[in-house]
Ligand binder design. Structure first.
Ligand code: SF4
Length: 481
């Protein structure tokens, strides 16, 4: 059971003494009502709005302007778009079974792309994060990964408590590999387990790790990795509310610092291989709702703090602490802390840079990426430069999604907007609040919109109110549950 804390967040029952709010239970009715398609807001505007046709000078200027606008600290993202086999639920940009020679050529191109971009970034900007995603970055030789880290840091300083993180397929992790990654400087690791049930994993062409997850996580902790994360997915064939509740309990026993429980996004129009899952029997919406409830109750009872709707973190983990102190943030990797994120400069096929003034996305195919970089061109496919209004909307949506509040007296500050200008701009969204207020999802006193405990679980729906681009034709989105 969970209860509502005075600041509106959900906590397990054991809380400091004092006034207690009535407990809130996540119910199927609640989820049913608020389960609609829409963006996840890992960026604003979402990626489907990015456009082609930019001149190289416009892209380079956007990167350079990040030195003098927005956060000073830099976060580097490196995409490794290769996997040994195709998981049938996969929504990532990756290529399957590429030969070693293609991997070597890709790492050479990464080095050249870094030569194109890094000189544009002020060397005095601290590096607070390096993140390898994919694909399966841990399928690549650690030697190559270490060389990328060294190149990114040449002539630069890591900030205090900087993160060097890698997403791993636990099927390809050994204790030796973990030690090598630690030796190469990695201090954060995320294991994409997806489920503890072997039948579920077999049905999606993903195996169960040779090393038990509890042992992998224990060894990662012993080696000094912090913020150790386990990813789960719900909504896969053969998953039931009961089997998923068991997976939640086994996850808790494995003691990760963080857990991400992603709702399986079925987008067969974009990912052809996902069609195969339809014949294996996907759980219906009711079952998925019950799984969401199982995860929420299981992790909350075990002392994990819910972060947004799909992340959970132990109370002393940086994500939970960031939420407590209003420092939670969001980027393409999901929830993160403001301390580590800064402006994200990304490298590799399909990688997206998230800068104060805009976004830049590289071409998706690795062979095209290598060809462009080798030919001396920028490997950019699409980009977006935000207007002042759009930067303001991004602040509004981030404030709701990450801080669970929107203060009309503060939110326009970064863009130099007056309070009355802010109220005018937000008026259409505020007019849509009535049903949220009636359902107890938020409070609003004319200046401060506060998301309540139950509202925290429909926070994307609240953000939709303030998104003027919602409903524009670009993109089809997965559902909120
Ligand atoms: S390992 Fe990850 S990126 Fe690769 S196919 Fe599986 S889900 Fe997709």
């Amino acid at each position: 059971m969970v209860e509502i804390r005075p600041d509106g967040y959900l906590s397990p029952m054991a809380q400091p003494s004092g006034r207690r709010e009535p407990p809130f239970s996540l119910t199927a009715d609640f989820l049913r009502k608020y389960d609609v398609p829409g963006p996840r807001y890992t960026s604003y505007p979402p990626a489907p709005h990015f456009r082609t046709g930019w001149a190289p000078s416009e892209i380079l200027s956007l990167v350079e302007r990040s030195n003098s606008t927005g956060d000073r600290n830099l976060s580097f993202y490196v995409h490794i778009p290769f996997c040994p086999k195709q998981c049938l639920f996969c929504g990532c940009t990756t290529e399957i079974g590429k030969p070693g020679s293609a991997v070597v050529a890709y790492f050479a191109a990464l080095s050249e792309e870094m030569d194109q971009i890094l000189p544009l970034l002020d060397e005095n900007r601290p590096v607070s994060q390096i993140h390898f995603g994919g694909g399966t970055p841990n399928a690549a030789p650690v030697k190559h990964l270490a060389e990328v880290v060294q190149r990114l840091l040449r002539g630069r300083k890591l900030s205090d408590r900087a993160e060097i993180a890698i997403e791993c397929d636990p099927n390809l992790v050994t204790f030796k590999k973990l030690a090598e990654l630690r030796e190469a400087g990695f201090n954060r690791i995320s294991f994409g387990l997806q489920d503890f049930d072997k039948t579920v994993l077999d049905s999606v062409n993903r195996g169960f790790p040779r090393i038990e997850p509890v042992d992998l996580i224990g060894e990662a902790h012993r080696l000094g990795f912090t913020g150790v994360n386990l990813d789960l997915i719900y909504g896969l064939p053969h998953q039931t509310p009961v089997s998923f509740a068991q997976t939640v309990q086994r996850t808790i026993s494995a003691k990760p610092d963080r857990v991400a429980t992603f709702s399986y996004a079925h987008v067969p129009w974009a990912k052809d291989h996902q069609k195969t899952l339809e014949s294996k029997g996907l759980p219906d919406a009711e079952a998925k709702i019950a799984m969401t409830v199982a995860a929420f109750e299981g992790f909350s009872d075990a002392g994990y703090h819910p972060i947004g709707m799909d992340h959970y973190a132990l109370p002393d983990d940086e994500l939970a602490l960031a939420q407590e102190s209003g420092q939670l943030h969001r980027n393409f990797q999901g929830y993160c802390s403001k301390r580590t994120t800064g402006q994200v400069v990304s490298f590799g096929a399909s990688a997206i840079s998230q800068l104060h003034e805009g976004y830049i996305q590289n071409v998706k195919e690795s062979s095209r990426y290598v060809e462009l970089v080798e030919g001396g061109s920028l490997p950019v496919e699409r980009a977006y430069i935000l207007t002042r209004d759009e930067r303001f909307t991004r602040d509004v949506i981030n404030s709701i999604m990450c801080q669970g509040r929107l203060d009309l007296r503060e939110i326009g500050g970064a863009e130099g907007m007056t309070e009355s200008e802010v109220k005018d701009r937000l008026a259409p969204g505020l007019e849509g609040l009535d049903s949220f207020l009636a359902d107890g999802l938020c409070t609003f006193d004319g200046n401060l919109l506060s998301v309540t405990a139950s509202g925290h679980l429909a926070v994307r729906n609240l953000a939709f109110l303030f998104d003027p681009l919602l409903g524009a034709s670009e993109g089809r989105y997965s559902r909120t549950v």
